[in-house]
Design a binder for this molecule. Structure first.
Ligand code: ATP
Ligand code: MG
Length: 521
């Protein structure tokens, strides 16, 4: 892939004034320190990248800046003046805006309403001034180059569009400091390129940007300076050009990372899963493929190609309208996710907040949820053994380095990446034989990503399971897949085996249908 051009400022950031200084920030939750004496600053017109493992404290630091949390100690200065925020709106008024790790809009309201959420324009009579709101929303959208209709309902927009609405909202509020917490996690390459272009324009306007990402290649593409946070402490701050990705990784994790590779396939081939002519109008059309025991098959394609809908159909979350699924050579009637569990199929969804986790339950309870369903099925034979549950969850949490103070605490309080690890652990524990993983390493730090890869390979090659890996991370797909299926516009556009698969070939299939390069037979 061609990376977008780097976005470094012309001069060094030092000839720009400091927009923000955070000094000596401390924060603990329930007596456990999460940030320890953190100093962090941003110049006007600069992108300062903030890196760190899952749970390092990045989002917490940013929530203190945006006044969602209150620091236990420390100072915040904006343009040299000290502020004490008591409410997020005060931080907003001081020019701080956040594009959250999980999009925070009100989905059933219109774009314009979201842009003015909290302080809509009023007529002299104190009524909502709709025409002014529409006009100003349009201006804000134009400013970020968004062609989205201000009357569109937010829940009908793509992730990239929703993000543009958030940035437009920030611009409407005349943000001077913009926090972007994993903004590209759910974007396609093209959308990412567009976001970087927008960042370039924001920099030129003097906006200071704090950029959090687990995609290390983005540091050089978008950053001016980079700071690494580990266990709540600053490890170092450097100009981007002076530090390599390898150095950054070792600053982040403080140890060497073991890289996983895919051992050769065993000779014998037996089919684990087969789908024939699976269709769901408007989502995917006439999909047929097979997956063998011991195999990892990648499902690549652009966001919106129909991959998640297909995965949901196989896993019973949203059944297909027509077609047949076979497990172990036998027709499988999968109309509901409990049917899928019955056939030994596990499905880790991409949207952890919505369908992957029960936020009200503890980490341990979340990990054992699918297990409970199976134990219930065979209640006569099993007692739900509390000690066994504790041992199992402890082991998996350790293997995946799930960072929680106590597995009995609510999963709600885990960092984004650690929540994702709990989802993966839950399916590995469920003793499934076939795993469908939708974007399993989205928002996962480099070290934990390797752990998840290692577990996937072990699950397939050593335990004889089968994995369908839906991923937009092409290096991940290439590294782990025996075969790569490429979807575009709801259709299977190509199947590449391991030796012929390259990023270019996958992308060719993925965009060909969209751009009409390949004619459909
Ligand atoms: N409201 C809260 N209550 C209790 N603990 C919390 C709360 N918010 C965060 N934490 C804890 O603080 C630590 C830092 O979390 P934070 O979300 O800042 O990490 P992060 O660096 O953003 O990680 P990720 O890359 O996974 O998003 C984690 O151990 C997390 O469990
Ligand atoms: Mg975070």
């Amino acid at each position: 892939m061609n990376n977008p051009d780097p976005i470094h400022s012309a001069g060094s950031s030092a000839d720009q004034p400091l927009a923000l200084q955070m000094q000596g920030i401390y924060k603990s939750f329930f007596g456990v320190p999460v940030l320890k004496n953190v100093d962090f600053d941003v110049y006007h017109g600069e992108v300062h990248v903030l890196l760190g493992e899952n749970g390092a404290g990045k989002s917490t630091l940013m929530k203190i800046l945006s006044a969602a949390y209150k620091a236990d100690a420390g100072r915040i200065l904006i343009d040299g003046q000290e502020y004490h925020f008591n409410h997020p709106q005060e931080a907003q008024r001081a020019g701080i805006s956040t594009i959250y790790q999980h999009l925070s809009q009100t989905p059933h309201l219109s774009v314009a309403e979201n842009i003015f959420l909290g302080d809509p324009p009023l007529t002299p009579l104190g009524l909502l001034d709709w025409s002014e709101m529409r006009r100003e929303a349009r201006r804000a959208l134009d400013l970020v180059g968004a062609t989205i209709d201000g009357d569109a309902i937010v829940k009908n927009l793509s992730v990239a569009e929703r993000q543009l609405v958030e940035i437009a909202t920030a611009m409407r509020r005349q943000a001077r400091i913009l926090i972007m917490d994993e903004p590209t996690a759910a974007l396609t390459e093209r959308e990412t390129g567009r976001l970087f272009e927008l960042i370039r324009q924001l920099k030129a306007k003097g906006v200071g940007i704090i950029y959090i990402s687990h995609r290390l290649e983005e540091v050089a593409q978008v950053g001016d300076r980079v700071t690494v946070l580990r266990d709540g402490q600053i490890i170092g701050t450097q100009p981007v050009g002076t530090v390599s990705v390898v150095q950054l990784v070792s600053m982040m994790v403080g140890r060497d990372i073991q890289h996983t590779s895919l051992p050769p396939l065993p000779g014998e081939v037996r089919e684990a899963l087969r789908v024939e002519n699976l269709s769901r109008p408007g989502h995917f059309d006439n999909i047929s493929f097979g997956l063998n025991w011991g195999e990892i098959v990648g499902l690549a394609g652009l966001v919106g190609a129909g991959r998640t809908a297909l995965a949901e159909a196989i896993a019973g979350a949203a059944p297909a309208a027509s077609g047949q699924i076979y497990v172990d050579g036998q027709p499988a009637a999968i109309r509901h996710s409990s049917d899928a569990t019955h056939y030994g199929l596990g499905f880790a969804t991409e949207d952890r907040a919505r369908s992957g986790l029960c936020l009200a339950l503890s980490v341990r309870e979340n990990m054992t949820l699918p297990l409970l369903a199976r134990w219930r099925e065979s209640l006569g034979r099993f007692w739900l053994n509390r000690q066994r549950e504790v041992n199992l969850t402890n082991n998996h949490a350790r293997e995946l380095a799930v960072r929680a103070h106590d597995l009995g605490e609510s999963v709600r309080y885990l960092s984004g990446g650690n929540q994702q690890k709990v989802i993966i652990a839950k399916w590995l524990m469920a003793r499934c034989r076939i795993l469908i993983l939708d974007e399993p390493t989205l928002g996962i730090d480099v070290g934990a990503k390797e752990e998840i890869h290692r577990l996937m390979v072990r699950f397939a090659r050593e335990q004889g399971g089968a994995v369908l890996l839906v991923s937009s991370d092409l290096p991940e797909v290439l590294k782990l897949s025996d075969r790569v299926l490429v979807m575009a516009q709801g259709r299977l556009q190509g199947v590449l085996n391991r030796t012929e698969a390259t990023e270019e070939r996958i992308m060719l299939h993925a965009v060909a249908a969209v751009e009409g390069v390949i004619k459909r037979g």
